[in-house]
Write a protein that binds this ligand. Structure first.
Ligand SMILES: *[C@@H]1O[C@H](CO)[C@@H](O)[C@H](O)[C@H]1NC(C)=O
Ligand SMILES: *[C@@H]1O[C@H](CO)[C@@H](O)[C@H](O)[C@H]1NC(C)=O
Ligand SMILES: *[C@@H]1O[C@H](CO)[C@@H](O)[C@H](O)[C@H]1NC(C)=O
Ligand SMILES: *[C@@H]1O[C@H](CO)[C@@H](O)[C@H](O)[C@H]1NC(C)=O
Ligand SMILES: *[C@@H]1O[C@H](CO)[C@@H](O)[C@H](O)[C@H]1NC(C)=O
Length: 205
């Protein structure tokens, strides 16, 4: 689905979306694929504590048949369709934080930028915040962010590109963890030397 121009303008201005994405996908796990590191390849991302009701995407164990706590995510969209899986459509990456044993707090992923680093950290905030970063999945089930404009040329041109600047790095949002990270800029090299290039893939549970 192609968002409207108004939507694009908003997206370009804020890089985040403030819509009600309440149509929820089936649950899935997220694994990272690495072509150079066997230890890392095929491991799960799992939610880890980054503050009160706030989580990051920590490096987890290898995907197995045993469910891993904190590794179930959802994709929320606002797209009106009866299809069960929608590809190449914007949405939010969601997680149900469990508190007090049985209460769930729906949370959504937002990229957190540090002006002095090109390594942004995806963080899950309770949806009360109403701000989340729009992400997409392609038909290979790979997570990406859509670029609409190529500003590497002068003058910039409209150009749709699926950008997959995902890395696993030691990050410092509030604790020092090995987490998923996003390196800002098309083909940019992370300034953080711990970063390893990965692909993020959705595996339905
Ligand atoms: C995602 O959708 C579910 C089901 O409608 C809803 O409970 C949850 O609040 C939504 N998450 C966000 C961040 O809007
Ligand atoms: C990485 O893991 C995936 C799935 O677990 C597997 O299909 C692929 O062959 C592995 N890649 C390498 C380079 O080992
Ligand atoms: C593979 O990744 C793990 C986890 O991030 C890391 O500890 C290890 O040093 C990496 N191995 C190589 C050869 O880079
Ligand atoms: C979804 O299915 C319902 C019931 O069959 C139908 O009324 C509705 O128009 C469908 N919506 C779309 C967007 O296809
Ligand atoms: C949560 O569990 C507690 C203790 O078992 C129970 O008293 C309470 O009613 C439960 N709350 C919900 C929303 O299920």
């Amino acid at each position: 689905m192609k968002p409207t121009l108004t939507f694009l303008a908003t997206l370009a201005a804020t890089a985040t979306a403030q819509f009600d994405y309440t149509k929820r996908s089936a649950p899935f796990n997220l694994i990272v694929l690495s072509s150079t590191n066997d230890t890392l390849n095929g491991t799960l991302l799992s939610a880890c504590h980054e503050g009160a009701a706030i989580e990051g995407f920590c490096r987890g164990p290898k995907l197995s048949d045993t469910p891993t706590y904190g590794a179930t995510f959802y994709f929320n969209t606002s797209y009106e369709t009866n299809e069960t899986v929608v590809y190449d459509n914007y949405g939010s990456l969601d997680y149900d934080l469990l508190i007090s044993g049985n209460q769930t707090v729906p949370s959504a992923m937002q990229l957190v930028y540090d002006p002095t680093s090109n390594v942004a950290v995806p963080i899950l905030y309770p949806s009360g915040g109403e701000t989340y970063s729009s992400v997409y999945f392609d038909k290979s089930e790979e997570l990406y962010i859509q670029s609409w404009k190529d500003d590497t040329v002068d003058p910039a041109v409209s150009k749709e590109e699926k950008v997959k600047q995902w890395y696993v790095c030691t990050t410092y949002y509030s604790y020092t963890y090995v987490t998923l990270a996003w390196v800002v800029g098309k083909n940019a090299t992370p300034q953080n030397p711990t970063c390893q290039k990965v692909t993020v893939k959705r595996v339905w549970v």
